[in-house]
Design a protein around this ligand. Structure first.
Ligand code: M21
Length: 143
């Protein structure tokens, strides 16, 4: 599962460059998307929430009310090798995190809170990829 999460992270992260300008997420605030999984990564910039919003829309993963589109998200995860072992668990985690922050009316902040909750839950459930895995693959892909 951690292998699949690594692939999903890098796949999703491909939309970061596309979303940088409109979300105002500078390289200083987040150099590469996979830094999301660093132990010391801080969820403090609203711009990151806006970027994840844009990236999710890029892959058509949101409903009209800017919540996760369950079916499309499930399909997106299944486009990665062995995605079926992770899709249901990921959708469940994100949905539970969304419910926790339902009262937040600012979409960028809400999505940032959901993302932090998602990371924490994945870490607790042992499905968070390691930085070693992410960096090795990222470097391989760019060569
Ligand atoms: C798998 C790699 C990264 C995913 C990162 C962001 C996860 C957070 C999902 C937020 C989805 C937004 C839903 C809005 O209610």
């Amino acid at each position: 599962k951690v292998e699949v999460m690594k692939d999903v992270t890098l796949g999703f992260g491909e939309a970061l460059q596309h979303c940088r300008e409109q979300s105002q997420l500078t390289e200083e605030k987040m150099e590469e998307f996979f830094h999301f999984w660093r132990d010391d990564f801080k969820f403090e910039h609203r711009e990151l929430g806006c970027a994840i919003w844009c990236m999710s829309r890029h892959f058509d993963l949101l409903t009209d009310s800017h919540r996760m589109h369950h079916e499309n998200t499930d399909k997106f995860i299944k486009t990665f090798p062995n995605g079926d072992v992770l899709s249901k668990q990921m959708v469940t985690i994100i949905h539970a995190c969304e419910q926790k922050y339902e009262e937040e009316t600012d979409h960028c902040w809400r999505i940032l809170h959901v993302a932090e909750c998602f990371k924490k839950t994945c870490t607790d459930q042992g499905i968070a990829p390691t930085m070693e895995m992410l960096m090795a693959e990222f470097i391989m892909e760019s060569e």
